[in-house]
Write a protein that binds this ligand. Structure first.
Ligand code: NDP
Length: 281
């Protein structure tokens, strides 16, 4: 039987540290959140960000642009934020309307204000182990692993999913800790090799977005399982791992919801405070 690794208590502890950091700053850090068009999911995430920010005495400024906003107009808004020294961090809410390419516009956010850690400069710094602003979900997973007390050195770690925002940066962070890191993706599944890799994992991290992709019986006895996936099945939210069966085999497993999620927003706030401190120094 596994131990359930919940994100909330870890997030609460980090928030206390962040509160103390903000209290010691000359000026309240300012986060500008930009949303283009309407989206119920994004609105809910904005609400959550705002609540977290206010709790930490962070000034959360929300800007909503029309659904017909052009890429050029959004870039202009971003450049205004870059030039405004009162703004410490910028986040562009997803999803964006089809006329806007996130990969393109995210490169216009100043690397110093890129609190999602997605600017090529910040991603590149992860390769050299010098990153200050790291993608929030990847950081959240590393915090959860730290909370387990696992020594990653030489461990068989399998990451399923290789997105730019989660799997790839996470794999680099794991390599920095000398974990033997295997990254699985759609090619692995299509080659029929996903099960084989998952069965080897002493630490398994899954970030795909497909309910039940990882069969509980594939989980190695005593493994640590971090389930990043969020899937709506009927009226329930579930992860990518068959939780009940995996729970019987793992030593530690995160719940969905309540595992990675609560830490991701906290990491966004930590990035903002980090950005403000970097700008002040
Ligand atoms: P993406 O859709 O960007 O990436 C999914 C990844 O999974 C891709 O690398 C894809 O590979 C891979 N993949 C797809 N199908 C398979 C398969 N059958 N076998 C193996 N790999 C596969 O999603 P994100 O990385 O943004 O998010 C992943 C999940 O994590 C989602 O459920 C999302 O909601 C959740 N999430 C949760 C957060 C939290 O705070 N808890 C935060 C961020 C995300 P390829 O591209 O080659 O097809």
């Amino acid at each position: 039987m596994a131990k359930l690794l919940e994100g909330k208590p870890i997030a609460e502890k980090i928030k206390e540290e962040l509160k103390a950091e903000v209290a010691g700053m000359k000026k309240k850090p300012v986060l500008v959140s930009i949303m283009v068009g309407e989206n119920a999911g994004a609105e809910a995430y904005v609400k959550q960000q705002k609540k977290n920010a206010e709790n930490l005495s962070i000034d959360y400024q929300f800007q909503k642009l029309g659904a017909d906003t052009s890429e050029a107009a959004l870039i202009e808004t971003i450049q205004k934020m870059n030039a405004d020294s009162s703004v410490n961090g910028v986040i562009i809410q997803m999803p964006l309307p089809p006329q806007i390419d996130y990969k393109k516009i995210s490169q216009f956010i100043s690397p110093d204000k890129d609190i999602e850690g997605m600017h090529p400069v910040n991603i590149g710094k992860i390769v050299f182990g010098k990153a200050k602003l790291i993608p929030c979900t990847a950081q959240a997973v590393m915090e959860l692993l730290q909370a387990t007390g696992v020594d990653l050195y030489g461990k068989e770690v399998v990451v399923v999913g290789h997105s730019e925002i989660v799997g790839k940066p996470l794999a680099l962070l794991l390599l920095e800790r000398f974990a033997t890191t295997t990254v699985c993706h759609i090619g692995t599944s299509k080659a029929g090799k996903l099960e084989e890799h998952v069965r080897r994992a002493e630490v398994l991290i899954v970030a795909v977005g497909k309910a039940g992709l990882i069969k509980g019986e594939w989980v190695r006895e005593g493994a640590i399982v971090i389930d990043v996936g969020i899937n709506r099945v009927e009226d329930k939210i579930v992860g990518d791992v068959e939780h009940e069966e995996a729970f019987k085999r793992a030593s530690i497993i995160t719940p969905v919801p309540g595992g990675v999620g609560p830490l991701t927003v906290t990491m966004l706030m930590r990035n903002l405070i980090q950005a403000a401190k970097l700008q002040q120094s």
